[in-house]
Design a protein around this ligand. Structure first.
Ligand code: GLN
Length: 309
């Protein structure tokens, strides 16, 4: 098994590398524009002692929208389902991740799901803590626990860069405040949200996070529960229906693995009861998903029969 993954991953990385040339590194957050367009990396964690990885797998990148999965889990642990889903819905939008359009199109104007920016902002506003520092510490600790990596922290430069340019997210938050979906100071929320998005990992960390989600939220080493089973199930369902934004339908058909992407080029995959997958490839397609990463997941899914459908 060890050799099989190692050889296969090498071949797959070689196959998908060419796609990076037709993608584009995100630059609406200026600090992300410095990423290397041609990087592609993958890691697989199957619960054994080592991760199998290929490509630039030690490169650090920020979670961006992948953090939405984790704050959703935390908010559900903090408040329970009923309260959280009073603030955010459960339906895919078919719109880009940062779209404002559907916020106005139904009453009450709560965001349609927690994986779009509006929904994630609403969820972030629910995280318990006396201060932003305490809230962020809780999220960082959660990421450390899920990945087993105590060195995880957030990238101050990326957080600052996003905070200074997040006018669209600010407008989403002000809209929701006007409609009582969120309360409190919008810039305080943006400060927390941009730091949460700037938590830095490599693709091995992501593979381990994916593995924990895949295994009912249990810690891989000692089998204690980090996320209650029911919440891990719920979060994985959102990953299937909304995890790849408005490409989620096609992704379900082509790949069929609960997954969540971020504009830094990361993708976490969680095969229920199976492996965790971490991907990095900062060249994005027009919907904001890693262009080579999507191809890589397609290859992985067909080679190892990973589709849940
Ligand atoms: N921090 C990013 C934003 O809010 C996350 C978006 C993403 O990864 N798709 O725009």
């Amino acid at each position: 098994m060890v050799c099989r993954y190692e050889q296969d991953l090498k071949v797959m990385i070689e196959k998908v590398k060419k796609y990076t040339a037709s993608g584009k590194v995100a630059d609406y957050i200026p600090a992300l524009a410095t990423a290397n367009q041609s990087d592609v990396a993958v890691a697989i964690f199957d619960g054994s002692a080592t991760c199998f990885s290929e490509g630039e797998h030690h490169k650090l990148f920020t979670l961006q929208s992948i953090s939405k999965v984790l704050t959703l889990a935390l908010a559900l642990m903090d408040h329970g389902e009923e309260y959280v889903f009073e603030k955010v819905g459960m339906e895919p939008t078919g719109d880009p991740f940062n779209s404002i359009a559907k916020l106005e199109s139904h009453v009450p104007s709560k965001p349609l799901n927690p994986m779009i920016n509006a929904g994630a902002l609403a969820v972030s506003s629910l995280i318990k803590g006396e201060s932003n520092e305490e809230k962020l510490n809780r999220v960082v600790h959660f990421v450390r626990e899920l990945s087993g990596n105590n060195n995880i922290s957030y990238n101050k430069g990326v957080a600052k860069s996003e905070f200074e340019t997040a006018d669209l997210n600010r407008s989403l938050a002000y809209f929701m405040k006007q409609h009582h979906v969120i309360t409190g100071d919008v810039d305080e929320l943006l400060d927390f949200y941009t730091k949460q998005c700037a938590i830095e990992v490599d693709c091995e960390d992501l593979a381990k996070i994916g593995y924990a989600l895949a295994h009912h939220g249990e810690h891989p080493d000692n089998s204690y529960s980090i996320i209650p089973t029911e919440i891990a199930r719920l979060v994985k369902t959102f990953m299937v229906t909304c995890g790849m934004y408005n490409a989620s339908g096609e992704f379900a058909i082509r790949v069929g693995i609960p997954a969540k992407s971020g504009v830094s080029g990361g993708i976490v995959g969680a095969v229920p009861g199976g492996i965790g997958i971490g991907i990095y490839g900062p060249a994005l397609d027009e919907k904001g998903n890693s262009i080579a990463g999507m191809k890589l997941l397609e290859l992985l899914s067909s080679q190892y029969h990973l589709s849940i459908f």
